[in-house]
Design a protein around this ligand. Structure first.
Ligand code: UGY
Ligand code: MN
Length: 248
């Protein structure tokens, strides 16, 4: 018998593990006929927002970005994304980046489609143009070895240049692969497991993690991961980049 008083989810001051068993739906204006789970946001001390949208019949999403840019990634299913005048069918693994002050719409969203979003307040950089709308496909993004370890591959989905103040990457670990060190860094992460399982160390606590789980790591939350099981572990994650790190 399952015991409903137990969960793997935890919410701490500098990290959180959110498993789907605790989801409670939110209603978001402009996002219709879907469930929306707000996984990470400023209420927990984060400086990003991460949501997961699950489409019901006749789902449509529309809005205009204001201070925040939005990255949409199709976890499962299909939808047509329209940004300004460009319209593109997006299927599993495909994505669209919507900069600030742009209008977007998703139509023909197949029932059951799941969409991951990362939102960040954009920090303009004097003398550098704002980033453009960008459609992409993870399947066509190169997956080089990470730090010379063939068990680890890192895909960088957004251009790595000063126009962008956020990165979205996909990290693949063969079973037994692990981060080469405990990372201790100022950048923040929001993360969703797309495949497999493993053990994450967050702030010196150990968590079993699997497909469908999300993690928030605040700046300086120490982090390490090893993959387990019979298939590679894959996660997609957000990171703030390319801006002056402090106001001091
Ligand atoms: O980019 C990163 O900081 C990445 N290596 N962190 C992580 O996977 N937890
Ligand atoms: Mn990191």
């Amino acid at each position: 018998m399952e015991i409903s008083a137990l969960t793997r989810s935890v919410v701490k001051s500098n990290h959180a593990v959110i498993a789907p068993d605790g989801y409670i739906n939110s209603k978001v204006p402009g996002w219709n006929n879907c469930t929306v789970n707000v996984i990470i946001n400023e209420q927990m001390g984060a400086r990003l927002c991460q949501t997961i949208i699950t489409a019901q019949a006749n789902c449509t999403l529309s809005g205009t970005t204001k201070q925040s840019q939005i990255f949409f990634y199709i976890i499962e299913g299909a939808a047509t994304a329209v940004v300004n005048t460009t319209s593109q069918l997006l299927t599993k693994g495909q994505f669209v980046y919507v900069p600030v002050e742009h209008t977007y719409a998703f139509t023909d969203v197949v029932e059951g489609t799941q969409i991951l979003t990362f939102h960040k307040v954009f920090e303009p950089l004097a003398g550098v143009e704002n980033p453009p709308v960008l459609f992409g496909d993870a399947a066509t993004v190169p997956a080089p070895e990470y730090l010379g370890d063939p068990a680890l591959r890192l895909q960088v989905l957004l251009p790595d240049d000063l126009r962008f103040d956020m990165a979205v990457n996909i990290f693949t670990y063969d079973s037994g692969g692990h981060l080469p060190m405990v990372e201790t860094h100022i950048m923040e992460h929001g993360l969703l497991y797309l495949q497999g399982q493993g053990v994450y160390m967050l702030d010196h606590q150990w968590y079993p993690i699997k497909k469908g789980d999300s993690i928030w790591m605040a700046p300086y939350c120490q982090q390490w991961f090893t993959a387990m099981g019979k298939e590679p572990a894959v996660y997609i994650y957000y990171k703030n980049v390319n801006r002056f790190p402090t106001v001091v």
